[in-house]
Design a protein around this ligand. Sequence first.
Ligand code: ATP
Length: 324
Amino acid sequence: IKKIAVLTSGGDAPGMNAAIRAVVRTCAYHNIAVLGVYRGYQGMIEADFVELNARSVRDTINKGGTFLKSARSKDFRTKEGRQKAYENLKKHNVDALVVIGGDGSFTGALLFNQEHNFPVMGIPGTIDNDIYGTSHTLGYDTALNTAVEAIDKIRDTASSHNRMFFIEVMGRDAGFIALNTGIGGGAERILIPEEDTPIEELLQDIEEGHAKGKTSNIIVVAEGDKTGKNIFELKDYVEKKHPEYDIRVAILGHMQRGGAPSCYDRVLASRMGVKAVETLLEGKSNFMVGINNDKIDLTPLEKAIKGGSKLDMELVRVAEIMSV
Ligand code: ATP
């Protein structure tokens, strides 16, 4: 292997820049050239490339987002699109590819490998933490800290006015952000997709809280929760039964995806970047770099994609006990 390409794909996440930097610097350390690909797979199809070296990634470790930009590429879902991407990489003498992204990006990488026998490695970059084979994805820790800080601020106003807040956090079909920021932010109730909470149960909890003398309430709702109602409908439902409650809604939204990566995410990105490149140099392919029990390890991409939920339901019990 003499040249490696690196790209970021899918939703951006804090720590992606730090991971690109780690890939580039590990290559420099081993005297390997690096080609940066702009806009994920779409840039691979359009040959939107930039030569990178150790110095071109200066001042990036502390920046959110991804300087290589990210995109969702419809063309890469077609055989023709992937063929075009392969030809572009070959034209630029690229021997292997590191993909920083989520499970969709890994699915694309695996197909690309199967069709063109091209070495690929994955680095899990998504705030949602919804990838099997790693306890933490890049950006997740930063997003938790951003969200919990926002919840703390909302709590100040909630308790000053004896208000109840429904706060929606990101996470797509996974409840990691909701569960952890709910516990960390002292939520009364947390609604996650992994648990099917009937809305009557939510109402009953709130009523019991009031009876116990709770004057303000934070209810954290994962964006993919299973109540079948959106956060405004949830508020309306509770408000209809209890017009005396003063209820507000806050949707944290994309602020959770931005910002400087936490120290944890920077170190994780650095470790993952080193491992991704060195694994390729060992002649291996089709793995995702992950972290488990603070050790960097490898999971076959296929398993990372299909592995299912790794949410520890013990946390649900902790949340329940904390809201006694
Ligand atoms: P996030 O979890 O942040 O959304 P992701 O990597 O799962 O990240 P996707 O939009 O699902 O995000 O995938 C990113 C890109 O990967 C897609 O735009 C597409 O180019 C490629 N991709 C996804 N699924 C496939 C597939 N089945 N075949 C080929 N390419 C795919």
